[in-house]
Design a protein around this ligand. Structure first.
Ligand SMILES: [Zn+2]
Length: 210
């Protein structure tokens, strides 16, 4: 599996480009900004983007999606519970002092039990509400890799004080969804350093049972 992780935009959202080495089909997860750099990596690996997947509708994760869709023709996928949040991109832009990327059109919703794929590379969708109503994580079982969006970070968890956020829901999603994965699972959070499920199970102050 080809996996490039590119921190994009002023908030350095981790954009993942995941491709199949044989077929060169690919998916791009959370193209928040800096689409020129995303294109450069697509070109470097000669990839054909088949899906654009958004872990949740915050501007730093979705801001560049329409540019990427225009250039590749790939559909944009987002859990339907975040459609309302997606309509607030102008408000989000104002909060953060960022440029409003304009309207983002979603082609299809993604929820628990759904699969995403690029050639032979397959990922399972976990609906993990809490940071937002429609937050999802993507688990690639063969590669034992989790794209966690802003649900889980190295040593922390997603904030729940924004519209659609719920501490109770994120804790449920973490304990019943994310922590059900094997300890050796590599976690790529929406921001910051990579970690593993085992490391977070043992050391994350929000998850350690006292
Ligand atoms: Zn977020």
């Amino acid at each position: 599996m080809i996996h490039e992780i590119l921190p994009v935009g002023p908030l350095q959202c981790n954009c993942s480009i995941i491709g199949d080495e044989q077929s060169h089909e690919a998916m791009v997860i959370d193209p928040g900004d800096d689409i020129e750099q995303v294109f450069a990596l697509i070109k470097k690996h000669q990839l054909q983007v088949k899906q654009i997947i958004i872990t949740h509708a915050h501007i730093d994760h979705v801001g560049g999606a329409m540019k990427l869709r225009a250039a590749t023709g790939a559909p944009i996928l987002l859990n339907q519970n975040d459609y309302a949040l997606l309509k607030m991109l102008d408000v989000q832009a104002a909060w953060l002092g960022m440029t409003n990327p304009g309207k983002v059109a979603i082609d299809q919703s993604l929820g628990s039990g759904d699969r995403v794929s690029a050639g032979c590379v397959e990922g399972n969708v976990l609906h993990t509400p809490g940071h937002s109503e429609g937050s999802i994580c993507l688990y690639f079982p063969t590669e034992k890799t989790l794209i966690a969006g802003d649900t889980l970070f190295a040593g922390s968890i997603g904030r729940t004080d924004l519209p659609g956020g719920s501490y109770q829901k994120i804790m449920h999603s973490l304990h019943h969804g994310v922590l059900a994965l094997p300890d050796e699972t590599v976690v790529v959070p929406g921001h910051g350093e990579m970690t593993t499920i085992g490391q977070e199970r043992q050391n994350n102050p929000f998850l350690v049972k006292r």
